[in-house]
Design a protein around this ligand. Structure first.
Ligand SMILES: [Fe+2]
Ligand SMILES: [Fe+2]
Length: 194
């Protein structure tokens, strides 16, 4: 895999219109996704926050989602991107998904995390490839690419933590996982646009 920090020199140019047009839906959907993730963990914590084993793990992942969201809040401002108009939907749907799966049990909560982080990890990976497609990166493209690469790695860590904590022992695991993954993909499609 290409290591981003080895790219020599940073162009002083500003973003082209084509780049701005490409970055706008990326930053919009990423902020919306981090809103969703923040609320999924919040919903899980509402149910499982006092669980001796899972509580601290969920708290730690929630803290990371907070940092992800703060970073994209900043990028929304910096790039003057219109945020998703559906933010209240992402908040409610995220919380409901997190709480509902947690109520089904610890394994189902972890299966939810496994599914969500699979989709988000792949989504960030696709974005990173798109960003690498731009030539002659300026500082903004360097910064965004670093952010996306870092967050992809952290989402995939969340995925691995969920699998280590028995995600695949959840009842109806494959159906649950497939359903949540499809929901996340649909949400991504919508949040890029609305
Ligand atoms: Fe995240
Ligand atoms: Fe995550």
């Amino acid at each position: 895999m290409r290591v981003y920090s080895t790219v020599p020199g940073v162009s002083q140019r500003s973003l082209t219109q084509r780049e701005k047009d490409a970055l706008e839906p990326m930053i919009r959907v990423d902020q919306a996704g981090e809103v969703g993730a923040y609320y999924i963990y919040k919903g899980q914590l509402a149910v499982l926050g006092h669980d001796k084993k899972l509580g601290p793990i969920l708290h730690e992942m929630w803290e990371q989602e907070k940092q992800h969201l703060e970073r994209f809040n900043h990028l929304i401002g910096e790039h003057r991107v219109r945020p998703s108009l559906l933010r209240p939907v992402w908040e409610v749907a995220g919380f409901a998904l997190g709480a509902a799966t947690a109520l089904m049990g610890k394994e189902a909560a972890m299966a939810c995390t496994e599914a969500v982080e699979t989709v988000i990890g792949n989504h960030y990976d696709d974005q990173l490839r798109e960003l690498w497609g731009f030539k002659d990166h300026n500082q903004q493209l360097v910064d965004l690419s670093k952010t996306v690469a870092q967050f992809r790695d952290e989402e995939l860590e969340h995925h691995d933590i969920a699998v280590q904590h028995d995600a695949r022992q959840a009842p109806f695991h494959s159906v649950l996982k497939a359903g949540i993954m499809q929901g996340c993909k649909t949400a991504i499609w919508v949040a890029e646009r609305v």
